[in-house]
Write a protein that binds this ligand. Structure first.
Ligand code: HEC
Ligand code: HEC
Ligand code: HEC
Length: 506
């Protein structure tokens, strides 16, 4: 399975921020601690009003769910284990807790961060190396507060602020699944490659107190219908969509945990591994304005629709998680996303402009960008920018090309890309990389053209922007390692440093 490092830079920055807060002497700028996000939520677990997914719709080809099916003793049991398997998919636990080509949930995936390498942990029910000795309360506490059975706080790479939304029934089902249906693996946890004093864990507890002040149980806003509320529950909670799609503050916490808190929620995150996660709100200028419920469902299930094709970090979300969700849940997510009012209320709606298309089709492109596009790109994306169905995505009106941030567009031209292969559409059409064919100036010219041609509103990029993406983002693609991972203090597997004493070097 292809693994992404998508969350790690963020995780590292979060960690760095946490450590700074903990007043560890760091060569980092001093930070003003902003007020925690407003969270007008109560601690009710009144999720009963929200329908749970029908178990019958689990895809038969999810072997992890099939295992849950065979481990059950009674039919109530079976329902609970299957539901747990389904929730684990919705939470995408496998993406982070499985190493490249490793045993499912046995941990060991390296997460690059600016301060060192973090390894995900074994969450199989092995009593020594996994979480087999954890009670339900231990598990629920970790999932809601980030505090482990041993009493220390985990790095916020683990998106527990989102998972704290889970209601008790779902938490029990998830626990039952991990304890009883996931096979135990005796794979030892790896020591994190973070140097003292950064390896001290106590500042993380401070981070948790300040920025994730209390577990926020999900409460649908008054008047929200059950389907939309189900979507909100999945998006804010298990789906942890905000961890990439919500902007972060200087201290790296998400600026809003939900739409009730602020319209910054899902208004577009920064770049992760050189891919920018766009706004998921119902807005122009890079958001999902103009996408129908069905288009959103298609995108989440297959990684493509008539507007765009998924790439970068989002491919893993589709492949490991979203493609397993039921139709009902995907429609609930779509409905919820479409209910989110614009954050940027001034962005004009996209309108197709055929001036450049007419020029190019008459064989008279103007400028280097248009000429390069005709030579190198038009065969697939067409001179009029409309692409070919779901095979080659349209560039005209594509939300990725409507924002000032050209990072994703530059990155995909340099690195190429492949659509995710899913159960619904196993073929993965790809675009070859141009990093070795075009220089920075040429890439800047062609990307500036696609960001502004056909009425697109993205804006020009410079050769310096291209040079920056070439230097930073491409190193992630080369071998799955980020620049910071090239010199990690890798320890032999078997040394578990997860519970260092307060203030102690690991
Ligand atoms: C974005 C990556 C990511 C996702 C998604 C994720 N985790 Fe984690 N998780 C981590 C990392 C990294 C750690 C270890 C952090 C540390 O060592 O401080 C961790 C730690 C844990 C721990 C503590 C284990 C221990 O032995 O201390 C548990 C339990 C856990 N995760 C369960 C889950 C479950 C259940 C899900 C899915 C609902 C999940 N995680 C999804 C990254 C992730
Ligand atoms: C690990 C980071 C990450 C997570 C988690 C994540 N996304 Fe994304 N998402 C991205 C990136 C990066 C893109 C831009 C690439 C693309 O368009 O495929 C993206 C693109 C999208 C798009 C296409 C938007 C467009 O304008 O083309 C949709 C829809 C989407 N994500 C929905 C979701 C939903 C719903 C969730 C939660 C269930 C989610 N994402 C979780 C990183 C993430
Ligand atoms: C062989 C056909 C082909 C050619 C030639 C090609 N592309 Fe692509 N392009 C694709 C495919 C397939 C995708 C979807 C990739 C993915 O999902 O990762 C894509 C995706 C993109 C995207 C992201 C849009 C989205 O929604 O996924 C951009 C931007 C892009 N191409 C620009 C270009 C530019 C600029 C050129 C010329 C320098 C070019 N492409 C040449 C096939 C092609």
């Amino acid at each position: 399975m292809k693994k992404s490092r998508s969350r790690w830079l963020t995780a590292g920055a979060v960690t760095a921020a946490a450590l700074t807060l903990g007043a560890v002497a760091l060569a980092a700028p001093s930070l003003t601690v902003p007020a925690p996000p407003a969270a007008p939520m109560t601690h009710l677990n009144n999720i009963a009003a929200v329908p749970v997914p029908a178990i019958a719709v689990l895809p038969a080809d999810d072997t992890l769910a099939a295992r849950a099916d065979t481990g059950a003793e009674t039919s109530g049991d079976r329902q609970q284990l299957l539901r747990g398997a389904y929730l684990a998919r919705a939470g995408d636990c496998i993406a982070c807790h499985t190493a490249k080509n490793g045993t499912a949930y046995a941990g060991g995936l390296s997460l690059a961060s600016p301060i060192g390498t973090i390894y995900s942990t074994n969450i199989t029910p092995d009593k020594t190396h996994g979480i087999g000795a954890w009670t339900y309360d231990d598990f629920a506490k970790l999932m809601r507060t980030g505090v482990t059975r041993a009493g220390y706080s985990v790095y916020p790479a683990m998106p527990y602020p989102s998972y704290s939304r889970l209601n008790d029934d779902d938490m029990h089902a998830l626990y039952a699944y991990f304890m009883r249906a996931v096979p135990a693996s005796a794979q030892a946890n790896r020591r994190n490659g973070i140097r003292w004093p950064l390896s001290m864990r106590w500042p993380l507890a401070i981070w948790g107190k300040v920025f994730a002040p209390a577990p926020i149980a999900f409460t649908p806003p008054p008047g929200m219908d059950a389907q939309t509320a189900r979507g909100a529950y999945l998006v804010e909670g298990l789906g942890h969509c905000g961890s990439c799609h919500t902007p972060r503050s200087a201290t790296m916490q998400e600026k809003a945990p939900s739409d009730d808190a602020s319209r910054l929620f899902l208004s577009g995150g920064g770049a992760i591994d050189g891919w920018t996660a766009p706004s998921l709100r119902n807005e122009s200028g890079g958001g999902l304005a103009g996408w129908s419920d069905d288009a959103i469902v298609d995108f989440l299930r297959t990684g493509r629709n008539e507007h765009a094709a998924s790439f970068g970090a989002m491919n893993d979300v589709v492949v490991d998680s979203m493609q397993y969700l039921s139709d009902a849940d995907l429609h609930a997510i779509a409905k919820y996303l479409r209910s989110l009012s614009p954050h940027d209320t001034h962005a004009p709606a996209y309108a197709y402009d055929d001036t450049v298309a007419a020029r190019m089709m008459a064989g008279a492109p103007q400028g280097a960008g248009e000429r390069l596009y005709l030579d190198r790109c038009a065969a697939c994306h067409r001179a009029n920018g409309t692409g070919y169905g779901r095979a080659f995505p349209p560039l005209a009106g594509n939300p990725v090309l409507q924002t000032k941030d050209g990072t994703s567009a530059i990155h995909i031209v340099l690195s190429g890309g492949a659509q995710p292969a899913t159960h619904a559409i196993p073929s993965a059409l790809s675009m070859a990389p141009y990093a070795d064919l075009l220089n920075d100036r040429q890439v800047a010219a062609v990307v500036s053209f696609i960001q502004t041609g056909w009425g697109n509103r993205g804006g020009a990029v410079s050769a310096a922007d291209v040079a920056r993406v070439r230097k930073t983002a491409l190193s992630f693609d080369a071998n799955g390692l980020s620049p910071v991972q090239k010199d990690p203090r890798h320890e032999a597997p078997g040394q578990d440093s997860r519970a260092p004493k307060m203030g102690q070097a690991d």
